[in-house]
Design a protein around this ligand. Structure first.
Ligand SMILES: *Cc1c(COP(=O)(O)O)cnc(C)c1O
Length: 390
């Protein structure tokens, strides 16, 4: 099929050059049956790789039983999935969505409702971070820290100000009596793979506690074991008031969620929020099976085994190509390689060599492979990069 011809039927917001038809383990196959090593995992979604038998079977079984009812009734998989999430996060109540963006929308609404109940005249101010990414809807875009994503779509929701990530003083400077929430990624993804410093995140937590401001952590990308703990905030001995998750939560079935501590969750009452699909039996059956496979296969332990190897090999490349590679950073299997050249050049060359890479920002390659990746795959990736970086 001719890419230019088929592109005509789509609103042009992506630059696409391949058609993929099937996946197996950590590989994707295109329509010419050419095999690609995938270091992008559908943007940090396919943590279990492709075509996992147990996962597929769970979905097939659920399809045979019940695909959708509505949120006017309980369904069994969502009950179990909510239990898994509260257990894994230490948070008390969950709301299921269809995407990460919707989880952000819900988190913002919950924070605003909490502030409103304290003070009906609350302005619902939100402090977000520069270079953050929280999604494309009007609300999520309003707290996304990249100006060129926001500007064409203004006016967005009001009351949002932006602080500098990892600069506690810049957050403090924005706090007013109208601030209801601070929202940030625990490890910035799209913005260029920047982990929070311990000092910053614990400082923000303390600042929020002192001023009854809610801390919303977005772990849509960095959660679900990607960084070597189930959720990245667990590295810092803190807990958010509201947490958003999606991407690997369903490992391919579209599902997201936000969870909150009891005191905050209580702010929402019947009628305040809702969704037709969110948390339907098919989506939450996927969530359940994902948690079960993570446990059975000890995915987190595997991440902690293979991630240092990926990091070391990327550092080797940095030594070797020190004029092109400026930095290697990140946590677990969420690593970034900052380049002195446009990342798109490397992404394009890699694709020609059957390696799928994705960028973050204009000059950073983002490594977010399936969490089941093995050292031999890392070596194969290294060899391809070694060939195309010169
Ligand atoms: C991907 C992402 C989102 C948006 O999720 P969608 O499922 O694309 O709506 C929000 N926040 C972060 C940190 C993300 O990586």
């Amino acid at each position: 099929m001719d890419i230019e011809e088929i592109s005509k039927h789509f609103i042009h917001v992506y630059n696409r050059s391949r058609i993929f038809t099937k996946g197996e383990d950590v590989y994707l196959y295109d329509d010419k049956d050419s095999k690609y090593l995938d270091m992008g995992a559908g943007i940090a979604v396919s943590a279990l790789g492709y075509s996992n038998e147990e996962y597929k079977q769970a979905l097939k079984d659920q399809i045979d039983k019940l695909i959708h009812i509505s949120n006017l009734y309980f369904n069994e998989p969502s009950i179990k999935a909510a239990g898994y999430i509260t257990e894994a996060t230490g948070l008390d109540r969950v709301f299921f969505t269809n995407s990460g963006t919707e989880a952000i929308e819900g988190a913002i609404k919950l924070a605003r409702k909490y502030a409103y109940l304290k003070n009906k005249d609350s302005k619902g101010g939100i402090i977000a971070m520069e270079h953050s990414f929280h999604g494309r809807s009007m609300g999520a875009l309003s707290v996304t820290g990249t100006k060129h994503y926001r500007e064409p779509f203004e006016p967005l929701i009001g009351g949002v100000s932006f602080a500098e990530y990892n600069n506690l003083e810049s957050v403090k400077a924005l706090v007013t009596k109208d601030t209801c929430a601070v929202i940030m990624e625990t490890l910035q993804g799209e913005g260029g793979i920047y982990p929070a410093t311990e000092e910053f995140i614990t400082g923000v937590r303390k600042l929020c506690d002192e001023n009854d401001i809610l801390l919303i952590l977005d772990e849509i990308q960095c959660g679900m074991g990607r960084t070597g703990k189930m959720f990245t905030y667990q590295y810092y001995g803190i807990k958010p008031d509201i947490l958003t998750m999606a991407k690997a939560l369903g490992c391919g079935v579209p599902v997201g969620a936000f969870a909150a501590i009891e005191r905050v969750a209580e702010a929402m009452c019947p009628g305040d929020h809702g969704t037709t699909y969110g948390g339907n039996p098919l989506a939450t059956a996927a969530v359940c099976k994902v948690f079960e496979i993570y446990k059975d296969k000890d995915i987190i332990r595997h991440v902690n085994e293979v991630a240092p190897y990926l990091y070391d090999r990327l550092c080797e490349l940095k030594e070797k190509y020190n004029t092109i590679i400026k930095d290697v950073r990140g946590k677990g299997l969420m690593l970034g390689m900052e380049l002195s050249i446009p990342a798109s050049h490397v992404v394009t060359e890699a694709l020609k060599n059957n390696l799928i890479l994705i960028s973050a920002g204009s000059n950073i390659i983002r490594f977010v492979p399936p969490l089941i990746i093995e050292k031999e795959h890392v070596d194969a990736m290294y060899n391809i990069l070694d060939r195309i970086l010169y």
